[in-house]
Write a protein that binds this ligand. Sequence first.
Ligand SMILES: Nc1ncnc2c1ncn2[C@@H]1O[C@H](COP(=O)(O)OP(=O)(O)O)[C@@H](O)[C@H]1O
Ligand SMILES: [Mg+2]
Length: 709
Amino acid sequence: MWAYKPVIEVWIDIGDLEDYPSNLIPGFYDRLVKALPSLQEHRCTYGEPGGFLKRVEEGTWPGHILEHLTLELQNLAGIPLGFGKARDGDRRGVYKVMVRANNEEVTLTALKYARDLYLALVQDTKNPVAEVKEIVEKLRDLSDDLLLGPSTACIVNAAEERGIPSIRLSDGNLVQLGYGAKQRRIWTAETDQTSAIAVTISRDKDLTKSLLASAGVPTPEGRTVTSPEDAWEAAQEIGLPVVVKPIDGNHGRGVFTNLYTQKEIESAYAVAIDEGSEVLVERHIVGDEHRLLVVGNKLVAAAKGETVWVTGDGKHTILELIKIQINSDPRRGTSEEHPLNPVRIDSAVELELARQKLTGDSIPPVDQKALIQSNGNVAFDVTDLVHPDVASQVVLAARVVGLEIAGIDLVAQDISKPLAEQNAAIVEVNAGPSLIFHLKPASGKAQPVGQEIANHLFPPGVDYRVPVVGICGEKGKTPVAEMIAHFLRLSNLYVGLSCSKGLYFGSRAVPNTNTSNWENARRTLLNRAVEAVVIENNHLSMLIEGLAYDRCQVGVVLNIDPKANFPQYAIYDEDQVYSIVRTQIDVVLPTGVGVLNADDAMVVQMAELCDGEIIFFTENPQSEAVNTHLQKGGRAVLVGKQQITLRSGKLDQKSIPVPRYSEPDAASPWKAMNLGASIAAAWALDIPFNVIEAGVETFVTDTNTATGA
Ligand SMILES: Nc1ncnc2c1ncn2[C@@H]1O[C@H](COP(=O)(O)OP(=O)(O)O)[C@@H](O)[C@H]1O
Ligand SMILES: [Mg+2]
């Protein structure tokens, strides 16, 4: 019923199809295989390829088929999510279908398309192949619009592989990694440490070069120019050939390389000035274009560009040849998924052609080669070839500009040799570089750049989590949440508290109409000031929204009311209620603690679900669960009439008198147990005994909630 990753659950009512499993629908199997031959890969029940199709052949129901269709349609659209389940619902003909989702709209749309496709296959109303093609295209467009771009996604995935949670902060690529005060933000390959000054420097190629040159990093000499005539004058000063480019352009727009004549230089000036605010003329460096990715003080990937040519056949024009020989390459495309862009005839290509006395309409004779682009096609991984001198120079370049993540453009004849030996030079330093060159190189191996960035942001071995405490139960959650927050505040931490009374940051109540729901809880995780988080979770919010956090340091379960049902969500019996509440313990970190009420038999059962340690709290000196636990050296909090004792193994570590406000009375007999649970959580958080004691003394109760409602 529960998943650690977001899923969408849909309920479907299949009506009369209940009587028509797939084997009874004439031609269904054949049409399905024709529509989606890749379903062959789905293992399903039999655990081997072909498993799912075998089930279809033998007879299975629409819910199950819907699940697999959704997953496969998303897969074909480049969204491999791979997790799904279909289960009986609570009535005849009603099923629950769950599929993993990283974007609600995309996956809901995929589910709807899958339903339509299923019905079309059953009723044989459409051409299955054409139908799938159309759906996949639509899903691809939708995911291009709505999902994270590939550079951001690869960092987020790498972080998640290390157990670092992420929260998307915008429809774009702004993502928070980690929670509260320990979070880092990324925006593609820019981070919250990317300095605005460094970015501004990197956008000004002239300024960048002068800073690099002063640090002894080789750059092409040159200067800014103010007119076509001035460009020609500069070119003569520098020595031909030269490059003319905008001082602040990108994507190679308006960059003209290898220019020799006054005419070329003056017409390049005219284009370059339109692409940027000023124009730069600099020495042309002989060699291939390279893009090197620096993360921290390390070179992590290098890719090389290639010149692009067409070869004449005596029949087609250059324009047609570009289409046939270059743009037909499946690696070329306009989406971010493609490592190479389609080539179009722009002013730079026109100039390149003009120098060969060609235009787009020329028909080159058989076997004559025409150069189309000399740069802009960085796609060949050369990471393993980079000479250590080159690596140290590009790392220095990133440092000089002030960027922790930088894409360095370098022109060199041979990346495996030192720069000075070959008159190579760095031509540009980019902030927020695209990672796609290194993720999907057209040749060579993909580099783990996402992992490198994640490791740079969160160095392995350093604790990247703020403590999160989750509390659930039928009653007592709010006062327990408030008491735990009080203990944490006394330890000098800035606490975010989400409970049914509202939202609190430090001691400030935030005006807010939400109570203890997902939205409220999430706000504590977003706040960069928050050093510790306390979240009250009620059953309904856990059921319909899930927990706001991925894992927690401390999970507290106070009690379960087996009769607290939700028939509107098909939760009828105590096993189902149990399956909701256990989530709180399922998500406790291996280094964390589950705090459980030993006097509630259902709660005690949860101990075995916890990845971390257990601290029981009890009012019953004879509790078997507690005694066994203590005998094994475990920790427990024993709530007595006069005092509360913290015991580990055979040893009493501390006794704290029960304060007046927690003395149980007839109306609220559980008050002392609430205090016991809070103390257990504080102990789990390693809050010192004297602070816990002071917290018990100073906790100011609110008559509305201290009763434990
Ligand atoms: N001085 C130069 N010598 C040789 N090639 C250059 C020079 N300057 C730029 N280039 C080529 O043009 C490409 C684009 O230039 P660059 O300055 O990086 O502009 P952009 O910001 O548009 O990427 C470079 O990657 C390189 O291949
Ligand atoms: Mg560049």
